[in-house]
Design a binder for this molecule. Structure first.
Ligand code: SAH
Length: 373
């Protein structure tokens, strides 16, 4: 017999500007299957009301696996000497973007490791050429750079930026990311928002040292950032990393964290992360789509290099055909009574115009004007 109904707790979290940590801990710690189902159903209903039933599709092109960082969990980390490194040239990126356009997908995500030899001007030109040739939104995910670089790319037409905070607890962040600083990552997120990007961030569930309390703090941090896109994905150990011997994330905890994040951030675009397809041998993305997630990502990285974008094991299938993947996802969506949406799928806030200042952090949205260009 459960102690008390969880509905009042769900409502409080949903309505909170600054949620109570104890409420989040309670929801993240649920063990009674009936309660967990209530949590997922509530998140699913919040998702339906705020972002609707459509499942926006994003195509991702992973253009370089060079990385200067040594993140404790990521297979691209600089110390992984067995990984063969690649960097696509501009023509190859353009060609991949062309395939995305041919498939009718309205957003391309350009992602890479934090590649120190990727000049800002080079990426700027690639963005400009994509924006001139194709009618699509461009999302960047290339790590921490200077405000000048972010400014340049925005001027070249980039619309969105993904930079996961991974954990919102500064000392945990710094333990997981040698020689990196929480403060700089936060600076990047702030710069990006001020420059008018639609900004996404997110966390990894199940990293060593995480507790229900730190996970609650992670989610509170995401809420305080006022994000347009929020990703909550599971940790998958990679053998050539510091955390290679650690267990993978718990599926249920990942889904609970996703559901809590949705309830707290009703308007955000939230992916059913690709990592959920590889966590435990079963594709768990349908479960995520039924527990608060609304977005799906498909890989459009050229087949020749796909296996080299080896963030976590299993995450870079060489043979998966993008069109076949889309057909499968269509089927998954229809089982859920939903449909893939190939349009740009801009963020709710962008579509709606700027938020009233009262619910923004001071100065956070300064300059955050419409960016649906
Ligand atoms: N270099 C860019 C792009 C990051 S790679 C940046 O720093 O923003 C994309 C994401 O993969 C990371 O943000 C991280 O959250 C996720 N990731 C990396 N290794 C992982 C692992 N072993 N398990 C789960 N997710 C992982």
């Amino acid at each position: 017999m459960a102690f008390a109904r969880i509905e009042p707790c769900l409502e409080r979290v949903h309505e909170a500007e600054t949620p109570r940590r104890t409420d989040l801990e309670r929801l993240l710690g649920l063990t009674d299957p009936a309660d967990i189902e209530r949590l997922f159903d509530f998140a699913d209903e919040v998702r339906r009301r705020h972002v609707g039933d459509a499942i926006p599709v994003r195509a991702i092109v992973e253009f370089s696996n060079h990385c200067r960082n040594r993140c404790a969990y990521c297979g691209l980390q600089a110390g992984n000497a067995v990984l063969e490194r690649y960097r696509l040239d501009a023509g190859q990126v353009l060609k991949a973007a062309g395939r995305v356009a041919d498939m009718g997908i309205g957003t391309v995500v350009l992602q890479s490791g934090e590649d120190p030899r990727m000049p800002a001007e080079w990426l700027g030109e690639v963005i400009e050429r994509i924006k001139t040739r194709f009618d699509m939104a461009v999302t960047l995910s290339v790590g921490e750079r200077s405000r000048d670089d972010y400014t340049l790319w925005r001027r070249c037409g980039a619309n969105r930026y993904l930079l996961k905070i991974e954990t919102g607890v500064p000392d945990r962040y710094e333990r997981l990311h040698p020689a990196m600083s929480f403060e700089n990552r936060r600076r990047c997120l702030k710069d990006l928002a001020e420059l008018g990007y639609q900004v996404g961030s997110g966390i990894i569930v199940g990293l060593r040292g995480q507790t229900i309390a730190t996970l609650a703090d992670d989610i509170i941090f995401l809420k305080a950032c006022g994000l347009d896109m929020v990703s909550v994905g599971p940790f998958i150990p990679h053998p050539h990393t510091a955390l290679g011997g650690q267990p993978a994330a718990d599926l249920m905890l990942t889904l609970k964290a996703l559901a809590v994040a949705r309830i707290l951030m009703p308007d955000a675009h939230m992916p059913a992360t690709t990592a959920l397809a590889y966590l435990d041998g079963v594709d768990r993305r349908a479960a995520a789509l039924a527990a608060g997630a609304n977005v799906i990502m498909v890989k459009c990285t050229p087949y020749e290099v796909r296996r080299l974008y080896d963030i976590y094991p299993g995450g870079a299938p060489v043979d998966a055909d993008t069109a076949a993947t889309l057909a499968q996802l269509e089927a998954t969506a229809s089982i859920l009574g939903r449909q893939l949406d190939y349009s740009r799928g801009d963020c709710i806030r962008t579509l709606r115009g700027p938020l009233p200042p009262s619910i923004c952090q001071p100065g956070y949205y300064a300059g955050k004007i419409t960016n649906a260009m």
